[in-house]
Write a protein that binds this ligand. Structure first.
Ligand code: AAO
Length: 507
């Protein structure tokens, strides 16, 4: 099902990677709700393995050992409280559903799991579900190793183990039922939908059968008869046996070409120029607008996992990343997702750990909030409640842009891509009907040009260098004449070489 069921006027989703449920609940009330965010993609809520080598890595949560709702992010009560509180302020919750597999085959045996449930990876025994060896694809997989050895063979990709993860037999009624029960429990608690992890590794017919078993969404917050939003993780950069097209009738699909190409454009690699993005979207060979879930970077390719390659821009390239995220949020194509995660700054001073957070926490809010560390000292202590330390980290300057661009996207919602301008190089501008206008300078020289913005005459506040506060503006001001034209000057040496104005930033 392709509709994210966003509440009125909201348009963007944020992935709060590895955040605790209690922190997300507070964030919904304090920031996301009031600032027009439509929804949160949360980390997998299922019980997961505890990995010791390396110590408690983020990716242990992609190794379920059962469907009890307790994880590094918190327990079932905290999850339920978060869902309720976010829904109550108009912010939907989307669950990262890991249903293709259980833990890795080398996961051992014992109670090293997030709720302490016993399991045996070697015997393929997960009594808390329960699943036994009969519920896995060992006999179906035809490779000698039992692993996916060749991505050009669709049978291997679906029937064999992805990086050693025990592959569930989703053709079995029993397994489908257990997966659906897990998802239905979350639906009944009030979630709006699911990111379906590793969808490429499941047969479309199998996941279709599971989706059909899902309950309608909880009518406390959603219209009666509303079906869960589904967005499926299928990495399709072309050149493999399995394409995203095999899944688009079932729900939206992650468009991995989007971030890979946008990164190439902003980095000016392969002769790409921003001016070539005049027909950005389907014109670039991406899937149909209504099928796409788009993002600049994700939790995998931000840290060297998954696909996209070196072109992906992340917070490590903060200047390009801010521009790329703003481009995505200003552009009408696809359901947009921004992300918040964290980075571990190798900065330990006198035994005290200084932590930097990346895009979201610093750039969008700049407030003192709990900060996540990469390898929390123990379970359920995954965040350190202390103010953001900027020592040795990114600066707080110019931190508003992504949050304000989410508001831009809401304000221009439904308006057509309009008033395109480019200099045949890396300076471009476009508007959204008569509601918003954005100008980028990614060239090595200044931009100085008068453009038709499509906006009514008046003085507008640039929401990148500042924002409207009361009747004033903390950033640059743009004068739009009664003919809709305005002069823009953007130096190529600015930290944020782009300007965005919209109907609600009019002074
Ligand atoms: C961990 C360890 C493993 C260990 C395993 C089991 O790292 O060494 O064997 O445990 O004990 C995450 C981590 C994994 C981790 C796993 C479980 O990323 O490192 O394994 O948790 O703890 C494929 C899948 C895609 C998947 C991606 C990472 O298709 O679904 O790999 N993403 C999701 C999650 C991810 C999670 C899982 C799935 C598992 O987002 O966080 O894993 O639940 C090609 C294919 C892609 C393939 C990539 C990477 O891409 O197309 O399908 O993604 O390779 O293998 C060019 C090509 C491009 C190609 C790319 C890379 O760009 O154009 O197509 O090169 O080769």
């Amino acid at each position: 099902q392709h509709n994210p069921h966003l509440k009125s006027g909201r348009t963007a989703i944020v992935h709060l990677f590895e955040w605790r449920w209690a922190d997300i609940a507070a964030e919904c009330e304090r920031y996301l709700g009031p600032n027009g965010f439509g929804g949160v993609q949360i980390s997998p809520p299922n019980e997961h393995i505890l990995v010791s080598s390396p110590w408690r890595p983020w990716w242990q949560r992609y190794q379920p050992i059962g469907y009890n709702l307790c994880s590094r992010s918190g327990n079932e009560a905290e999850l339920g409280d978060m869902i309720t509180r976010c829904n109550n302020v108009g912010v939907n919750i989307y669950v990262d559903a890991v249903i293709n597999h259980m833990c890795g085959s080398g996961g051992g045996e014992g109670t090293h799991s997030s709720c302490g449930s016993w399991f045996s990876a070697s015997k393929e025994d997960f009594p808390s579900v329960p699943y036994s060896y009969m519920d896995f694809n060992d006999n179906k997989c035809k490779t000698g190793s039992g692993e996916i050895e060749n991505y050009s063979d669709p049978y291997q990709v679906r029937d064999c183990r992805l990086v050693g993860l025990l592959d569930l037999a989703l053709e079995k009624e029993y397994v489908r039922g257990k997966v659906a029960d897990f998802m239905n429990k979350l639906i009944d608690m009030g979630v709006a939908g699911f990111r379906v992890d590793a969808s490429k590794h499941m047969w479309p017919g199998d996941v279709d059968s599971i989706y059909r078993r899902l309950n309608n969404l909880n009518t406390k917050w959603f219209p009666s008869g509303a079906r869960a939003f589904i967005f499926q993780e299928v990495i399709d950069l072309g050149g493999e046996a399995i394409s995203a097209q095999e899944y688009v009738h079932l729900g939206r699909v992650t468009e991995f070409k989007y971030g890979a190409k946008l990164g190439t454009v902003f980095r000016k690699w392969n002769g790409e120029k921003l001016s070539f993005t005049k027909n950005w979207g389907e014109g670039w060979g991406f899937m149909a607008d209504g099928n796409a879930l788009v993002f600049v970077d994700n939790h995998d390719n931000q840290r060297g996992h998954g696909a996209g390659g070196a072109s992906i821009v992340t917070f490590w390239d903060a200047r390009l990343h801010k521009m790329a995220v703003a481009y995505m949020l200003a552009h009408p194509y696809g359901q947009a997702r921004v992300m918040s995660s964290y980075r571990w700054d190798r900065n330990i001073v006198n035994g005290q750990v200084f932590v930097c957070v990346d895009d979201y926490r610093i750039r969008m809010i700049g407030l003192a909030l709990p900060v996540m560390v990469m390898d929390p000292p123990s379970l359920f202590q995954s965040t350190l409640t202390r103010p953001v330390e900027t020592d040795g980290c990114v600066s707080i300057d110019g931190v508003r842009s992504s949050g304000n661009m989410v508001i831009f996207r809401n304000v221009v919602n439904g308006q057509p891509h309009a008033n395109w301008w480019d200099n045949q190089s890396n300076q471009v501008a476009f508007g959204r009907g008569n509601r918003g206008f954005i100008v980028f300078n990614n060239d090595d020289w200044a931009l100085d040009v008068t453009l038709n913005t499509g906006l009514p005459g008046g003085t507008y506040c640039d929401v990148i260098s500042g924002e409207k506060q009361g009747s004033g503006c903390t950033g640059k001001q743009v004068q739009v004449g009664s003919d809709g034209r305005a002069n823009f000057y953007i130096s190529n040496t600015e930290e944020d070489p782009f300007i965005a104005i919209h109907a609600d930033s009019k002074l």
